[in-house]
Design a protein around this ligand. Structure first.
Ligand code: AMP
Ligand code: GLY
Length: 439
């Protein structure tokens, strides 16, 4: 079997490793290609010199190489309709169609869809450049803090939690006048702030049936104690299922995942791939209520790094089952294991940061630690590995005992890797016991 992995960040490195370890992949002597690649991914996949957004080029490649399955990591190729183009040419794809991916690519569509379908989410209104003035009245009707979000894609950064009117109007102007996120921010939503803790739940689905992977908790803020700007995610751990009881799990299925899949299908946007449910769990320990903060049309990054290693059943077969409409026959098995992922970023991220710094110690992290490459590349003489992005790499540790010990290993591994201005949060996982023990 020939597989094309689209994307070349940390999530795709994790996906590449997991595919290559699948028994079905090994037994069928399959081949894995990856767009661009990076020094981590290149150890398991053959890099091809085509960008994840070059849909036509990728189709040409897929046809000439007789690719059997494309696995799409990031949202942008999905938003460009890669799935529609490939399936139209008889090539199977793991990842939703362009119209189904709107669940992530338009926050206004997603929120209106949730309202139509009665899926619990924060109260909101949407605005655009023409009626943005009216947002001030809506903001006044809510209690601070309020949340303002760019409608379109903004790499996880188009969200502002405003604690007063001046913060709110400043961000509104950044979106609509300064256009800091380009057209993505010319429409926006304002919504009420939800109290609680967040978890990320991945439902792998063919549009009718679904399986839920172990839940994870991401750490979206750049600073310790969840302070500072939002990032793509600075660390994660899994399973986070210890934070929710059976009743809450049932609510997540019955009030969120099932109506979302049913609704998308009924509205002609049948969803196949990974439906990422970013949830806020509100209420006390005996009365947890899940609310959707956002849906994403793909696996999360860095949650994938900690979630995928916990899957015991054949991962490639899972992806194929979703693409072929056969999830009902897939039996998900998971490992009794804890994992923790810590991201190392370039100092300055998520604002301006340097690239091209030499990374040392990549081979000294230890055999039981996964080093996942995100923003890395080879130097021109191929002798060293350099930083090439904001989030550079992550270390993932494992333990049969606890999340704390898994994270301890990740920190030990990450400590052996050096590059100038390396930044990482030292408190990944800090909320787990606090949430568990809180009333
Ligand atoms: P989003 O891109 O919609 O996931 O928002 C990014 C982050 O902002 C989320 O992970 C939350 O931490 C925070 N956030 C977004 N919406 C809300 C909300 N309504 N209430 C509280 N926090 C929110
Ligand atoms: N970790 C958040 C995301 O992937 O959107």
């Amino acid at each position: 079997m020939k597989i094309l992995l689209v994307g070349n960040g940390g999530r795709e490195h994790s996906i590449a490793l997991k595919i290559s370890e699948s028994e079905s992949y090994i037994n069928s002597r399959s081949t894995l290609y990856c767009t661009i690649g990076n020094p981590g991914i290149d150890k398991t996949a053959i890099p091809i010199d085509l960008k994840p957004t070059d849909i036509e080029g990728l189709l040409k490649f897929a046809k000439s190489e007789k690719i059997d399955l494309a696995v799409v990591g990031p949202e942008i190729p999905l938003s460009l309709g890669i799935t529609d183009v490939f399936t139209g040419n008889g090539i199977k794809v793991f990842g939703p169609s362009k119209s189904a991916a709107e669940i992530e690519t338009s926050k206004i569509f997603a929120k209106e869809f949730m309202m139509r379908r009665g899926i619990p989410t924060a109260r909101f209104k949407s605005f655009n450049c023409a009626n943005q003035g009216e947002s001030a009245t809506f903001i006044k009707s809510l209690n601070f803090p309020v949340v303002i979000k760019a409608d379109g894609l903004a790499a996880g950064k188009g969200v502002c939690i405003a604690y007063n009117e001046s913060e709110a109007s400043e961000f509104r102007l950044e979106l609509t006048s300064q256009k800091i996120f380009g057209e993505s921010g010319s429409s926006f939503i304002v919504e009420e702030f939800l109290e609680g803790f967040e978890i990320s739940v991945f439902a792998v689905t063919d549009g009718d049936d679904y399986v839920i992977l172990p839940a994870a908790q991401d750490h979206k803020r750049i600073g310790e104690g969840d302070t500072g700007k939002n990032t793509g995610g600075m660390g994660s751990y899994a399973p986070a299922d210890g934070l929710i009881d059976t009743d809450t799990r049932e609510k997540i299925k019955k009030l969120i995942i099932e109506p979302a899949l049913r609704g998308l299908k009924e509205e002609g946007r049948k969803y196949a791939g990974c439906l990422y449910c970013g949830l806020m769990i509100s209420g006390g320990r005996n009365n947890r209520q899940p609310f959707v903060v956002e849906f994403n049309c793909r696996f999360g990054d860095p949650e994938t790094q900690s979630v995928l290693p916990l899957i015991k059943s054949d991962f490639l077969e899972l992806l194929i089952a979703a693409a072929e409409g056969n999830i009902g026959n897939y039996k998900l098995e998971t490992r009794r294991l804890f994992s923790g992922c810590v991201v190392a970023a370039s100092g300055g991220y998520p604002d301006k940061y340097d690239t091209g710094k030499v990374i040392n110690g990549l081979d000294s992290a230890g055999d039981d630690i996964l080093i996942i490459h995100s923003g890395t590349k080879y130097s021109s003489d191929k002798k060293s590995v350099l930083t090439s992005g904001g989030r550079v790499l992550s270390a993932v540790g494992f333990s049969p005992e606890s999340i704390e010990s898994a994270l301890k290993k990740a920190y030990e591994g990450l400590g052996k890797i050096r590059f100038e201005n390396k930044y990482f949060r030292k408190d990944i996982g800090y909320k787990f016991n606090k949430i568990k023990n809180d009333a």
